[in-house]
Each structure stands twice: as structure tokens, then as C-alpha cells.
Design a protein around this ligand. Sequence first.
Ligand code: ARG
Length: 225
Amino acid sequence: CGSSDDGNVKKIYVGTNAEFAPFEFLKDGKTVGFDMELIEEISKEIGIDIEIKDMSFDGLLPALQAKKIDMIIAGMTSTEERKKSVNFTNSYYIANQVIITAKELGNIATFDELKGKKVGVILGFTGDVVVSKIDGVEVKKYNAGYVAIMDLKAGKIDAVVLDSEPAKNFIKNNDGIKIASAKGDKEEYAMAVYKDNIELLEKINKALMVLKENGTYDGLLKKWF
Ligand code: ARG
């Protein structure tokens, strides 16, 4: 993608799924959020242009493997399963899964307590994998977080399992829902590149280090969280 005559890559295509505030979401038709500003800063540091490609979350890894995009930044957890097909950069955020319920429901202290409940997850998200492993849960898969939250508010499901920051964002913007005390395992967000693109991987890792050292990264954390 985007190679010029002298062999230097001038522009790379960055895949994301802009339905994951505050990491990436659409505002006035533009993809904004923590990840979008982080990759902008990284691209400046490396000296390349980027073009964002917004697509469905479960389309991201196939698009990367088909080299339709050069990399992914999408609040994506670097799981062992995904590491089989792509390379992940050093991690840039630590998160975990949480359980969102209606306010009137009692607290849920462990994920096992989801047993016997109707639980919404987003197709292909790590929350989907986590919940699908628990026996006796009625799992309902959604294409987007806000649809699951709508069903939760309408009483059609008992809970939604989602990453911590987007969950907090939904709580802030919706009445009648809360986050239970149960905490899922730690998950590390990282950017992904295709397997043989070691050059880009190393450039991103180096840029990330520089941004952490010079305060840019902390500035973005403060701005978005
Ligand atoms: N961290 C979760 C995962 O890797 C959810 C990421 C969803 N990101 C998005 N941009 N929609 O599966």
C-alpha cells in the first residue's frame, strides 16, 4: 500500500471501528477519539501520512490479513488467539471487561453470576469470548454496543458485557444503568500489523516510546479519560 518510487512508504491505511467511544467514534462525520489522536501523533513521529478506514470490528483482522489495510488501531485486545494471525505492537492501554445492568438489578460480584441470565455481547469482541465460556448463560450477540444498551434499557436482556471505558461512557450518557462490581481479567490494547511487516511494527513501537517519554501520551490520556 502507498509505496512511492524510492521505496519509502508515504501513506498507510489504518483500520478501525468507530463505535467504541472514547477510543474511536464518529463526530460530525469524522473519526475522533483517543486512538485517532494517538495514531495521528505516531504518524507524525514516523513521518508518514495515514488514512483511516472505518469498518465493522470483525472485518478488521481479515482486512489486515488480506493487506487491504496496513494496520489496526481499534481498542483491540492483543489476545493469544489473534496473535496467531497478526503481530501486535507494545500495548498502549490496559482495560478489562465489566458487566452493565439495569439500576434496579442487585449487584453482580463475579462473572459466574451471569449464569441463568440473558447477556448481551458485541459480535467478535473479547467480551463475546469471555461470556460464551460461562456455562448456562443465554448469550445474545449484537452488532454494536448502543443496540445492546437499548435492549438492556428496554428490559429485553439482563446485562451487557463490555470493555471498561466504553461501558463508563454508556453509563454517563444513559439513565437507569450501572456497572456491577465484578471485574474481568486484565486486557491489553495494542495496534496490529500484518505478520511480515516488522519494519512498521518497530517504527510504531519506537514512536510510542517517544510519545510516552515526551508527555504526549499522558496528555492524550488526560484529555480522553
Ligand atoms: N477490546 C475488545 C476486543 O478487542 C473490544 C474492541 C472493540 N473496538 C472497537 N473499535 N469496536 O475485542
